[in-house]
Design a protein around this ligand. Structure first.
Ligand code: F6R
Length: 612
């Protein structure tokens, strides 16, 4: 949520900042801005809209300077407009700030500053912070970094921020609590950003700031301290992100690219984790805690959005194959409802970004109560993996489209490997079954490739339903979470109201919605629920609903009753979520494109939800 970028060194900062903001735009895209420090002058440009609007604004204006900061915004305080856009300058122009997060006590701080003669141009909490720093700086005669430090002790809330002081112009001051910041280590230069993507083309040597740390960056020095001004040694890590993975390539949208990447991203998820003889799963990240997981009394999965849906698939997998009771919780509810957490419980946090504020808070709370905390995350070095006891990276590669696609299948694949591994360790599944499931798992990428050959047919179906105003998604068993995910994909990028239900629940209310205008997507592959879901299709047809069924290859029964069928390759039902979700992703993508929606940056959303 909100993207921050900064540069200090000897290159011209402007192109680095603009490119960095383009890479971060998925984090928020309602306004953008930069501040450039050029010969002790600060030029601030900011506007409502996208980074390309910012580029137009700077056209013909001075854009020199080798120090600068930039921001792409997802509004929290104040509507998206030019004034509320970041960077924010303090009233007397001494400080310029970009900020990601929420200052919860901003109203109180604002009133205090007003009583000291301050006035404000914007409605934002960030302008309050800039003025607070300035007020401390001018009234106490301390250094800029000390003023920032003192200001942050008065702040309640979350922040990732970068500050320029116009009277101490040779440094950037950055601080983090709750909102991520990564520093790229160049030679005679430093980069800073909300994630590694704007930095990777300059350096792979990075330092992830920890909560409560303040970094002072000059051309040739990085100094990190905590809020008590105690020095911290920077922990430099080598980040392995391929620059090609963060470009769209020949695709029109990141989402389509990421849908198509799934055969490869899934192969990456199990690369090195299946023994060459195909008889054993190795999950290095949890090896040490495997005995504790195998003896767990209960597994609690916490996540949000699409990751929550992956967690629901995990519930079916763990209960069936490992026979451990599982609860799946929305992190936002779990963290606040005083849940009962027992010794012997294992908490699994699932998060693509590794930064989701509610998921992070949920694991912190459970950790305090003594539970073993595991993470299933995609972004290496992000906050959740750094706070868990152990975990497994999904290795899906950077996911830039706001709608999650390849991260979902990678999360489900990790959960599948975990469930089989633990089931084997607990002697719930036989060696034969274990090996059979391993070889089935390895067939998933080619099955997805095969079904993608039907993309033109799926697109035609999308065309038929592009003007729908509502849609229902039905599934049972392993495919019920996929129904939820299909509905989420459609609503978030095409703004069509869509709901997913367990198919049998239809009779308990939703069936009242069905008429000839209602598209009903039914996940009806050949599994143990097949006969039952066929009955559900009949019930929809009896009320003249439009049925689009995802069926197993060669299914003639449903073909005769549904309006449209999309065939997917046959596979064990426990693995079907990985395959059946793909046509739903493709339909959502094309419906949204045909409706003229901004697929990669849907309205009101942001990729990384770092505020609760
Ligand atoms: C939907 C989507 C969101 C995220 C949710 C959790 O397509 O992307 O629902 O799944 O915000 O995000 P992570 O997985 O980063 O914790």
């Amino acid at each position: 949520m909100c993207g921050i970028v900064g540069y200090i060194g000897s290159r011209t900062a402007y192109p680095i900042l603009i490119k960095g903001l383009q890479r971060l735009e998925y984090r928020g895209y309602d306004s953008a801005g930069i501040a450039l420090l050029d010969n002790n002058n600060v030029n601030v440009y900011k506007c409502k809209g996208k980074v390309r609007d910012l580029e137009q604004l700077t056209n013909g204006n001075p854009i020199g300077g080798t120090i600068g900061i930039g921001h792409t915004r997802w509004a929290t305080h104040g509507i998206p407009n030019d004034v509320n856009a970041h960077p924010h300058t303090s009233m007397n122009g001494k400080f310029v700030v970009v900020h990601n997060g929420i200052i919860e006590n901003f109203a109180h701080l604002r009133n205090e500053l007003i009583s000291r003669g301050y006035s404000f141009k914007s409605e934002t909490d960030t302008e309050v912070l800039a003025c607070l720093i300035e007020n401390i700086y001018t009234s106490t005669n301390v250094s800029a970094e000390t003023a920032v430090r003192i200001a942050l002790t008065k702040v309640v809330g979350a922040y990732g921020l970068v500050v320029i002081c116009t009277t101490e112009p040779n440094k950037l001051i950055a601080a983090r609590k709750g909102s991520p910041l990564v520093i790229g280590m160049g030679h005679g230069e430093y980069f800073i950003a909300s994630d590694a993507t704007p930095i990777v083309e300059y350096t792979d040597q990075m330092v992830y700031l920890n909560d409560g740390e303040i970094a002072i960056l000059t051309n040739d020095n990085l100094n990190i301290t905590n809020l008590n001004d105690e020095r911290k040694d920077p922990n430099v890590t080598t980040v392995d992100i391929n620059i090609d993975n963060i470009d769209k390539g020949d695709y029109e949208h990141y989402m389509l690219k990421e849908i198509h990447e799934q055969p490869i991203s899934l192969s990456d998820t199990f690369r090195g984790r299946i023994n060459p003889d195909l008889k054993q799963i190795n999950l290095g990240g949890i090896t040490e805690v495997l005995p504790r997981i195998s003896n767990a009394k209960r597994i609690i999965i916490v996540a949000c959005g699409t990751s929550y849906h992956a967690g629901l698939v995990g519930e079916y997998l763990f209960e069936e194959y490992a026979r451990i009771p599982v609860e799946v919780e929305y992190a936002s509810e779990f963290r606040y409802r005083n849940p009962i957490i027992n010794a012997g419980d294992v908490i699994i946090a699932i998060s693509q970004s590794g930064e989701t504020a509610d998921t992070l808070a949920a694991i912190r709370m459970a950790k305090e109560q003594g539970a073993l905390i595991l993470g299933i995350c995609n972004v290496a070095g992000s906050s959740i993996p750094r706070e868990t006891h152990a975990g497994i990276y999904t290795h899906a590669g950077p996911e830039i489209g706001v709608a999650s696609t390849k991260a979902f299948t990678a999360q489900v694949m990790v959960l599948t490997m975990m469930a089989f591994l633990i089931g084997k360790k607990r002697n719930i599944i036989s060696t034969e079954k274990y090996e059979e499931m391993i070889s089935n798992m390895l067939k998933v990428p080619q099955s997805i490739e095969a079904l993608m050959k039907n993309e033109a047919h799926i697109r035609e179906i999308a065309h038929l339903y592009k003007d729908a105003t509502n849609a229902i998604y039905l599934g049972r068993g392993y495919l019920y979470p996929v129904a939820l995910e299909g509905a989420l994909k459609l609503k978030e990028i095409s703004y069509i109201h869509a709901e997913g239900y367990p198919a049998a629940e239809m009779k308990h209310g939703p069936i009242a919605l069905i008429d000839q205008n209602m598209p009903v997507f039914v996940l009806a592959t050949k599994d143990k629920y097949y006969e039952k879901i066929v009955n559900n299709i009949q019930e929809v047809k009896a009320r003249r609903g439009q049925v689009i069924a995802i069926v197993s290859e060669g299914d003639e029964t449903i073909r005769k009753m549904a309006d449209h069928v999309i065939e997917v390759p046959n596979i064990d039902e426990a693995l079907m979520p990985l395959i059946a979700v793909v046509p739903l992703q493709i339909i959502s993508y094309y419906v949204a494109v045909m409706r003229g929606c901004n697929v990669d940056q849907p309205r009101n959303l942001a990729k990384s939800v770092t505020v609760e």
